[in-house]
Ligand binder design. Structure first.
Ligand code: NOJ
Length: 742
């Protein structure tokens, strides 16, 4: 049973009901602003300063807390990590990481995950949940926090942002889109300057935040790094100009924790809330805002209108998601073990399991070694097959790689209420099937080979971990030192493959791992990429291993043959020239003609799908998107320009789901651009023999490039190439459309 009732009901909220804070609606903001302005008039200057200023680290129950304003019944706001569940509280559901949610390529699951997280946040009295993540985008394959976000592709990341935010905010919590902007590595993150050119800034890094704003995200977090020499949280260009004016963002911008560097300058640049409110570094408690902000206003350094605008934005976001109406009290404290007064987990485990299962990517399946059927005996090998014997939460903020990997480390984590390890779940199935299980649950090569020799089929578990830079794990200071499996995983697989002819490798990983050594072993017949599956890890894996569900995840990034092929990686320097420009991940492989090992969008199934009957109907004229700015950008950018459809048939013998993917190539009149860019996808579930249609609705944005000289999104004239297929390189249907001049 994979789809318990609660999950269905969550899905139906996603698919059926009209979202309260739907895409691009500004009416919600209008009425929220009216209420906020009325409330503003009642506030004292000190109350205003309290609403925009945090109470310092550990100053309240949450990782961020502001001061209550009693005159308007406004609470001390509780801001809490993380993008995959509520940090420092228990019990909560530990959902699969963002990268797994992205790997499902399933809008309704992205929504359901967001809605379930939002419901838990609200139940615990959290007003602002600090996620989802679109920065890092993941241009560096070894970037430590890439797994917190959905994909290195801005389109997929954007859909992940939009669906998650809608889910969260419809459940009543304020979402926070982070980290704005250019926070692509952990090493030197507090000092590095991301020197980003205008075109890549817009086409890659800003793009998913446009979706976030369009989904009416309540708040945005500016990042630690500098952008083109200016601190992100002090940058007029990034905060006032880009986020507020160009994207039309009506919520508030908070600093990352201690990413504020000055009082007056940050206020003038457009920062609206300082978190956690004091500076750890220069004597603790010396604060930039609070009474200093009141002083700055009274001496004229910061206009009163700026302070009023900060407060209005924060209050409007609070009204937008109806938090003024009977919102629960904070029901836990981050600093005393996080024991919650209420159990908010409801049936969310089923959502966690569905996301974990549908994000599993089948990379290799030679001779149909999978699904397993009912083997007489199975060897389960590797430390990654079992839960850390010290417990799944033994290392604070998951800062170690002991036992099976189900999330990375850092602030982007939550405590596991439990963690179903792979061995435990496989054993359960095996008991039902009468399969004998042989184990070696360390990474010891000899013991692994011995276990492998004693069974028909051997499953080896390997992993690769990363996280936030305040913790160093096995010599990795957040970012990964290399793209190899940890704990000599290659050697473990080699020795198992020498002892057994039927080997399946399961990879739990934060991002791409170079698989060449493993693929060179003829005995390795199957490879399963399970990412960071969260608490339901083992259950989701057995759904796929034993074939109750056909795998349907697709890679949210490219797996290269060698690390150098990416042409990007974190750097040991104080400035990153972003020299890869607009050519990141598959855009780079396609442009340079480099053969990846497994391309972006790749993933096998237990069935087969035919793609036929491409139909292209796109009609518009070339030129810039103009018009008034709505949430996300100029109104014309989001106007429909047509649609593309393709027919899918399940021509195999089992039920399965295909992710049909649309890639577009811009005409020659555009400046040099990636040969193909993802501009649509749809996951379609089909019974054997069943046919269905995948529909890709296009907006003007989807066929535009960012034109640096005119500072506009422009649709170029000429012939656009249309590619539809099962991955970025498995193109099954091709076509084109022509855009003429106005
Ligand atoms: C710093 C991290 O960068 C951010 O993502 C997080 O929300 C804050 N710390 C609070 O823990």
């Amino acid at each position: 049973m994979h789809t318990p009732l609660l999950f269905l009901s969550l899905l139906s909220i996603g698919a059926g009901a009209v979202p309260t804070y739907g895409l691009g609606t500004t009416s919600g903001w209008d009425s929220a602003y009216t209420k906020a302005q009325t409330a503003l008039a009642k506030l004292s200057q000190d109350e205003k300063a309290g609403i925009v200023t945090g109470m310092t680290w550990e100053g309240g129950p949450c990782v961020g807390n502001t001061y209550a304003a009693n005159s308007i019944g406004y609470p001390s706001l509780c801001l809490q990590d993380s993008p995959l569940g509520i940090r420092f509280a228990n019990p909560v559901t530990a959902f699969p990481a963002g990268i797994n949610a992205g790997a499902t390529w399933d809008r309704s699951l992205l929504y359901a995950r967001g809605a379930a997280m939002g419901a838990e946040a609200k139940g615990l009295g959290v007003h602002v949940q600090l996620g989802p993540v679109a920065g890092p985008l993941g241009k560096n394959p070894d970037g430590g926090r890439n797994w917190e976000g959905f994909s290195v592709d801005p389109y997929l990341s954007g859909v992940g942002m939009e669906e998650t935010i809608r889910g969260m905010q419809n459940s009543g919590v304020q979402a926070c889109a982070k980290h704005w902007l250019g926070n692509e590595q952990e090493v030197y993150r507090d000092t590095i300057s991301s020197n980003m050119a205008d075109r890549e800034t817009h086409e890659l890094y800003v793009w998913p935040f446009m979706n976030a704003v369009r989904a009416d995200v309540a708040s945005v977090m500016c990042s630690y790094n500098k952008v083109n020499g200016t601190w992100a949280c002090e940058s007029d260009e990034l905060l006032n100009e880009l986020m507020k004016n160009e994207l039309g963002f009506r919520g508030y911008i908070m600093s990352d924790w201690n990413a504020q560097h000055t009082g007056v300058n940050s206020a003038l640049a457009g920062l609206d809330m300082t978190m956690p409110g004091s500076d750890f570094n220069t004597p603790r408690g010396s604060i930039f805002w609070g009474s200093n902000l009141v002083e700055a206003v009274s001496n004229g350094s910061v206009p009163q209108s700026r302070l009023d605008n900060m407060v209005t934005r924060i209050l409007a976001a609070w009204y937008l998601v109806d938090q003024d109406q009977g919102y629960p009290e904070v029901a836990f404290s981050s600093w005393n073990g996080g024991k919650a007064k209420v159990n908010v987990t409801a049936g969310h485990a089923s959502v966690a399991r569905a996301v974990a299962r549908d994000s599993i990517i089948l990379l290799k399946n030679e001779g149909k070694i999978l699904p397993l059927g009912r083997p007489g005996s199975l060897a389960i090998i590797g430390q990654d097959a079992i839960v850390n014997p010290g417990g799944p939460n033994a290392c604070s903020d998951r800062g170690c790689d002991n036992g099976t990997l189900a999330m990375g480390w850092g602030s982007g984590t939550a405590d596991f209420p439990y963690l179903v390890g792979p061995l435990e779940a496989i054993q359960k199935q095996a008991d039902q099937h009468g399969t004998k299980i042989v184990t070696s649950t360390t990474d010891d090569f000899t013991a692994g080979a011995q276990a492998a020799a004693a069974a028909e089929t051997a499953i080896v578990f390997i992993n690769a971990d990363s996280g936030e830079g305040y913790i160093t794990v096995e010599g990795n200071a957040g970012d990964r030192n290399n793209l190899d499996p940890w704990h000599n995983g290659n050697t473990l697989v080699q020795s198992v493959a020498a002892a057994n002819k039927n080997v399946i490798v399961v990879v739990h990983s934060v991002g791409p791992v170079i698989l060449e050594t493993i693929l060179a072993q003829p005995s390795v017949k199957g490879i399963i990429w399970a990412g960071l599956p969260g608490q339901e890890s083992g259950n989701a894996l057995t759904d796929i291993l034993f074939g109750t569900t056909s795998p349907s995840g697709k890679l949210p990034y490219t797996i290269a043959r060698q690390r150098a092929d990416y042409g990007a990686g974190w750097i040991n320097a104080q400035s990153d020239p972003f020299s890869e420009g607009i050519f990141v991940d598959y855009r780079h492989f396609d442009e340079q003609g480099i053969e990846p090992r497994y391309e972006f969008g790749y993933g096998l199934s237990y069935t087969r799908f035919n793609h036929t009957g491409l139909s292209v109907s796109v009609f518009t004229t070339s030129g810039p998107a103009v018009g008034s700015v709505v949430s996300g950008g100029p109104v014309e950018l989001f106007e429909p320009v047509g649609s593309i459809t393709v027919q899918l048939v399940n021509s195999g013998s089992v039920e399965g789901a295909e992710v049909a993917q649309l890639y577009i190539g811009l005409p020659d009149s555009a400046p040099p651009s990636p040969p193909k860019q993802l501009r649509g996808f749809q996951k379609v579930k089909l019974q054997p023999g069943q046919a269905g249609t995948a529909t890709f609705e296009l907006t003007r944005r989807d066929i535009s490039y960012w034109d640096t000289p005119t500072q506009k999104w422009v649709v170029p004239g000429g012939t656009f190439k249309v590619y539809v297929g099962a991955s970025s390189r498995d193109i099954r249907q091709q076509g084109s459309f022509v855009v003429g001049k106005y």
